[in-house]
Design a protein around this ligand. Structure first.
Ligand SMILES: *[C@@H]1O[C@H](CO)[C@@H](O)[C@H](O)[C@H]1NC(C)=O
Ligand SMILES: *[C@@H]1O[C@H](CO)[C@@H](O)[C@H](O)[C@H]1NC(C)=O
Ligand SMILES: *[C@@H]1O[C@H](CO)[C@@H](O)[C@H](O)[C@H]1NC(C)=O
Ligand SMILES: *[C@@H]1O[C@H](CO)[C@@H](O)[C@H](O)[C@H]1NC(C)=O
Ligand SMILES: *[C@@H]1O[C@H](CO)[C@@H](O)[C@H](O)[C@H]1NC(C)=O
Ligand SMILES: *[C@@H]1O[C@H](CO)[C@@H](O)[C@H](O)[C@H]1NC(C)=O
Ligand SMILES: *[C@@H]1O[C@H](CO)[C@@H](O)[C@H](O)[C@H]1NC(C)=O
Ligand SMILES: *[C@@H]1O[C@H](CO)[C@@H](O)[C@H](O)[C@H]1NC(C)=O
Ligand SMILES: CC(=O)N[C@H]1CO[C@H](CO)[C@@H](O)[C@@H]1O
Length: 747
C-alpha cells in the first residue's frame, strides 16, 4: 500500500522553470548584433518567459470570493449537538457561530466553480444541504451554477451549538426531535455567507503552505491506532496528523489577501459536556483570533475570513494531557479507556483542566495554539508557499448507497460494505465525553450489556444474519441502517465529492476519518491523480469533513477489528474506509480538465418536514413583579481592575423570541469623548450571555451579562447594554427592548 505523504510543498517545478529562465536569458544575453526582426521576436519570447515566471511564482488567476454570516440558532432550552447528552441544554452564548464560504472559480468559464463551506456545527447534514441548495436556487438565476455537484457543506465538529437540525432519527433522540428554528438559522446563514462570497468574486491567486502544530492534538484511541501495521506507522512520527495546511486567497486588483482556508485535525471537544453556552469550540477560537488580528494587518482586505476546516479528526483529542481517572488520579485503562471497569470516571484533560471549569480555558488555549501556528505561517507565507497553477477548476459529486456495495480492494479481492449499524462501544462514548451508559470501549462480550439499551435495540430491529456477518466483528447495538420507522435512523446513502483547483485536490469526507484512514485516502488520491495525469504538477491533497451528511466514523479495518468507539461508529463495516478510497480513486477522471459529471445516484431522503418534534415553543414572557423588561436587577460595581469579571443582570425575556442573527444580545459600550461606542458584542469570546428562567408559570426570567475584561482592555468608562425581545401573553406579539447598566470604570 502506498502511504507516502504528499504534504511537503513541492517546489521543484518552479525551480526548473527558474533555471529555464536563467538558461534562456543567458542565451539571449550572449546573442549579439540581432536584426530588428529578431529583436521583436526576442521581446515576445521575453514576455512569454516573464509570464511563465509570473505564473510560477504567483500562480494562475481564478475567480475568488469569501463570505461569512451568523448561523446562531436558539441558544437556550435546546439540546446541544455532539455529545448526545440529554442534560446538555443551552443556557446562553459565549460566542456566536458562523458559516464561512469560499468560492473558487475559473476566470474564463463561469460554470466551473465550487463552494467550500465551513460551518461552526458538529457536522454537515443532508437536510441542511438540501435547504442550502434550495435557498441558493431561491436567490435567482445568478446562483443557478451552485448545485448538488459543487457545494460542499463541512462542519467544524464543535460540540457546543444548538442541535435538533439533523436529517436522521438517531441524532434527534437526545434533542427530542427536530427544531425548524435551529435548522433555519444554519440554512439561512449558510446561504447568506455564500451570497456574500458570490458578491465579492474577483480575480485573484491562490497559494498553499503547511506547518506542523505539535501541541494541539493527541490520539485518543492509541490502542486502535497501534493495530495498524508497524511498517506503515513507522512512516510517521506522530500518531495524529499534526499538519495544518493553509490556502491563501489573494485579490489581484490590490494585492490584498481576502481570506485563508485552513485544514487541521482536532476534535471540537474542548468545551466539555457540562458546558451549556454556545461556542465554536477551539476552531471557533482560532477563527476569531485570526480574524481579529487581520483587522489591523496591512496585508488583509476588510472583511477577511479565516476558516479552520476539520480534517482527519476521528481519533484526535484536544485533551492533550492524556486521560485520567477522576477518583484515583491514575491513568485510565489503555485498551478500554475505563476506570475500575466503567467509562464515566475517565476524562481527557485539556491544557487548562486544573481550572475545573467547563472547558473554557482549555478551549481558548487549544484554539490559540492552532491560531499561533497558523499566524506564524501566514506571516512567513511567501517564502514557503506553493502557487496553485493550471487554470482548471473541477468538481464532482454523487450519492453512493453503502448497503451491500461491492468493490475490489487494492489486492483485487472483492468485498462489500453493509447497511449502517452502531456497535456496542458506541454507547460507551469517548474520553472526551464518556458514555452515559455502562458500556466500555472495545467490549466484545455480552457481559456489560445495559438492560435499557438491550431492550430498546432488540425492540427496534434484530439484525439479519447477513448483516451480523457483514458487520463482523462489530457486535451490533443499534441496527440503524435497517431501521426506517418512522423514518430513517441513519444514512445509508452518502455523498461522494471532490474538488480540484490546479494541483490542489480536496476530498470531502462524509465521515470522521481517523488519522490513518486520512493518510491512506489522501495518498491514494494523490497517486491516482498522478498516474491518470489529472494534474500538471505534483498534487497536493487535503481532506475536509465531516461533510454533507453525517456518516459518523471511518476507521481502518485494523482499527475496526478492536471495536473501540470509533470502530463501533464506523457505520458500514470493516471495509468502509476502503470503499471511500475506491470511490474517490475510481472517480478521479471527473477531476480531469473538461470532464463531465457522474450520474447523480439515488437521492437520500429529506426529513425536514416529517421529523418528529417534542420541543415546545416559547409560551410568553412577563417581567418580574413591579419591574419592566430590561430593568437592571444587579448593577455592575463602580470600578474594576483589568482582569476582573464585570457582571450585570437584567429583567429578561426568552432569547428564542428573536435569534438576533447578525446582531447581538450583549454589548459593552465605551464612552469616547462623550459618545458611547460599542467595543464588545456577541462575537467576542470574553463576553458571555446567560439566560435564566425564574418562573415558568409567570414567564419571568433574567439575563446575566459577564465581561471577563481582557489584558488588552483599555482603561476607561463603560456600560453594559442588553438587547432582548419579549413575547406578549395572549397576542403573542414580540417586542424588542433594551436594558442599560450604570456606568463603571476599568483601570
Ligand atoms: C451543477 O452545475 C454544473 C455547472 O453548470 C454542471 O456541470 C452540473 O452538471 C450541475 N449538477 C447538477 C447535479 O445539476
Ligand atoms: C512536519 O513534520 C514532518 C515529520 O516530522 C516533516 O516531515 C515535515 O517536513 C514537517 N512539515 C513542515 C511544514 O514543517
Ligand atoms: C465539568 O466537567 C469536568 C469533567 O468532568 C469537571 O472536571 C469539571 O469540574 C466540571 N466543571 C463544573 C463547573 O462542573
Ligand atoms: C486482500 O487483502 C485483504 C485485506 O488485507 C485480505 O483479507 C485478503 O485475503 C487479500 N486477498 C488476497 C488475494 O491476498
Ligand atoms: C470478538 O469476538 C470474536 C468472536 O468471539 C473474536 O474472534 C474477536 O477476536 C473478538 N475481538 C476482540 C477485540 O476481542
Ligand atoms: C417543507 O415545508 C416547507 C413549508 O411548507 C416547504 O416550503 C418546503 O418545500 C418543504 N420541503 C420539503 C423537502 O418538502
Ligand atoms: C457573574 O455571573 C455569572 C453567571 O451568572 C456567574 O457564574 C459568576 O459567578 C458571576 N461572577 C461574578 C464575579 O459575580
Ligand atoms: C459624537 O457624536 C456626535 C453625534 O453623532 C458627532 O457629531 C461627534 O463628532 C462625535 N464625537 C466624537 C468625538 O466622536
Ligand atoms: C506518540 C503519542 O502521540 N502518544 C500519545 C498518544 O495519546 C496518548 C493518550 O491517549 C498519550 O498518552 C501518548 O503520549
Amino acid at each position: 500500500m502506498a502511504c507516502q505523504q504528499f504534504h511537503g510543498a513541492p517546489r521543484r517545478p518552479f525551480l526548473s522553470l527558474f533555471f529555464s529562465f536563467l538558461f534562456l536569458t543567458s542565451l539571449l544575453g550572449s546573442a549579439t548584433a540581432l536584426t530588428p526582426a529578431r529583436r521583436v521576436a526576442d521581446a515576445e519570447l521575453d514576455k512569454d518567459v516573464e509570464a511563465m515566471i509570473a505564473r510560477a511564482t504567483t500562480g494562475d488567476q481564478y475567480l475568488l470570493g469569501v463570505g461569512k454570516a451568523d448561523i446562531t440558532g436558539p441558544v437556550v432550552e435546546l439540546n446541544f449537538m455532539g455529545y448526545a447528552s440529554l442534560g446538555q441544554i443551552g443556557t446562553g452564548l459565549r460566542q456566536r457561530i458562523y458559516s464561512r464560504a469560499f468560492i473558487i472559480g475559473s476566470v474564463t468559464n463561469p460554470e466551473d466553480r465550487f463552494v467550500y463551506l465551513v460551518i461552526d456545527t458538529a457536522m454537515g447534514d443532508t437536510a441542511i444541504r438540501y435547504g442550502i441548495l434550495q435557498g441558493l436556487a431561491n436567490l435567482g438565476s445568478g446562483y443557478l451554477m451552485y448545485n448538488q455537484s459543487n457545494v460542499a457543506v463541512t462542519g467544524t465538529h464543535q460540540h457546543s451549538g444548538p442541535g435538533a437540525w439533523l436529517n436522521y432519527l438517531l441524532p434527534q433522540v437526545t434533542s427530542l426531535g427536530f427544531s425548524k428554528q435551529s435548522y433555519q438559522a444554519i440554512v439561512d446563514g449558510s446561504v447568506l455567507s455564500i451570497q456574500r462570497a458570490h458578491q465579492s468574486l474577483a480575480p485573484g491567486t491562490l497559494s498553499y503552505a503547511d506547518t506542523n502544530i505539535t501541541d494541539a492534538n493527541i490520539n485518543r484511541s492509541l490502542y486502535a491506532y497501534l493495530q495498524n501495521p508497524a511498517d506503515e506507522r513507522a512512516k510517521y512520527d506522530a500518531t495524529v496528523d499534526t499538519t495544518l495546511t493553509m490556502l491563501r486567497f489573494k485579490r489581484a486588483s490590490d494585492g490584498l489577501n481576502t481570506g485563508v482556508l485552513c485544514w487541521h485535525s482536532v476534535h471540537g471537544t474542548s468545551m466539555l459536556e457540562n458546558n451549556t453556552h454556545v461556542t465554536g469550540d477551539n476552531k471557533g477560537v482560532s477563527s476569531y483570533l485570526f480574524e481579529e488580528a487581520m483587522k489591523s494587518d496591512q496585508s488583509a482586505a476588510p472583511g477577511f475570513v479565516a476558516a479552520f476546516s476539520q480534517s482527519s479528526v476521528g481519533d484526535t483529542s484536544p485533551n492533550v494531557l492524556g486521560t485520567w481517572c477522576d477518583a484515583t488520579g491514575e491513568q485510565c485503562d489503555f485498551e478500554h479507556s475505563t476506570c475500575g471497569g466503567t467509562t464515566q470516571d475517565c476524562h481527557g484533560h485539556g491544557p487548562e483542566y486544573q481550572k475545573l471549569d467547563l472547558g473554557v480555558a482549555s478551549c481558548y488555549e487549544i484554539g490559540r495554539r492552532v491560531y499561533a501556528g497558523a499566524k506564524t505561517l501566514y506571516d512567513n507565507f511567501d517564502s514557503q508557499a506553493t502557487a496553485v497553477t493550471d487554470p482548471s477548476v473541477r468538481f464532482y459529486h454523487f450519492f453512493n448507497d453503502m448497503q451491500w456495495y461491492s468493490f475490489p480492494l487494492p489486492n483485487g479481492t472483492v468485498v462489500q460494505t453493509c447497511p449502517a449499524a452502531m456497535g456496542r462501544s458506541f454507547a460507551g462514548g469517548t474520553t472526551d465525553g464518556p458514555g452515559a451508559f455502562d458500556f466500555v470501549q472495545g467490549d466484545n462480550s455480552s457481559m456489560a450489556q445495559n438492560p435499557f439499551w438491550t431492550v430498546v435495540s432488540d425492540l427496534l430491529t434484530t439484525p439479519t444474519q447477513e448483516q451480523v456477518d457483514c458487520q463482523y466483528p462489530k457486535p451490533i447495538l443499534l441496527d440503524v441502517g435497517q431501521m426506517h420507522e418512522p423514518y430513517d435512523w441513519s444514512p445509508n446513502i452518502v455523498d461522494i465529492q471532490s474538488f480540484r483547483v490546479g494541483q490542489l485536490i480536496m476530498i470531502i469526507s462524509p465521515s470522521e476519518a481517523t488519522t490513518m484512514t486520512g493518510r491512506r485516502w489522501k495518498a491514494a488520491v494523490a497517486e491516482a491523480a498522478t498516474s491518470k495525469s489529472i494534474v500538471t504538477s505534483t498534487p497536493k491533497v487535503v481532506l475536509g469533513g465531516p461533510a454533507n451528511t453525517y456518516a459518523h466514523y471511518a476507521t481502518t479495518p485494523e482499527e475496526y477489528n478492536v471495536q473501540r468507539y470509533e470502530g463501533a461508529s464506523t457505520l458500514y463495516g470493516q471495509w468502509e474506509s476502503y470503499a471511500y478510497i475506491h470511490l474517490s480513486t475510481s472517480s478521479i477522471g471527473y477531476l480531469a480538465a473538461g470532464a463531465g459529471q457522474p450520474a447523480q445516484g439515488t437521492l437520500p431522503p429529506n426529513n425536514v418536514n416529517n421529523s418528529l418534534s417534542f420541543i415546545s415553543g416559547v409560551v410568553y414572557d412577563n417581567p418580574h413583579l413591579f419591574t419592566s423588561f430590561g430593568d437592571v436587577l444587579t448593577q455592575p460595581k463602580a470600578s474594576y481592575s483589568i482582569g476582573d469579571v464585570v457582571n450585570a443582570s437584567f429583567v429578561g425575556a426568552n432569547p428564542r423570541n428573536n435569534l438576533r442573527l447578525e446582531g447581538t444580545f450583549a454589548t459593552v459600550q465605551q464612552q469616547v469623548n462623550g459618545n458611547w461606542t460599542t467595543v464588545r458584542d456577541d462575537h467576542d469570546w470574553h463576553l458571555e450571555y446567560t439566560w435564566v428562567r425564574d418562573d415558568s408559570l409567570l414567564g419571568s426570567s433574567h439575563v446575566v451579562i459577564s465581561w471577563e475584561t481582557e489584558s488588552y482592555t483599555t482603561a476607561g468608562t463603560y456600560r453594559i447594554v442588553y438587547n432582548g425581545d419579549a413575547k406578549a401573553p395572549v397576542t403573542g406579539k414580540i417586542s424588542a427592548f433594551t436594558g442599560t447598566s450604570s456606568t463603571f470604570t476599568v483601570s
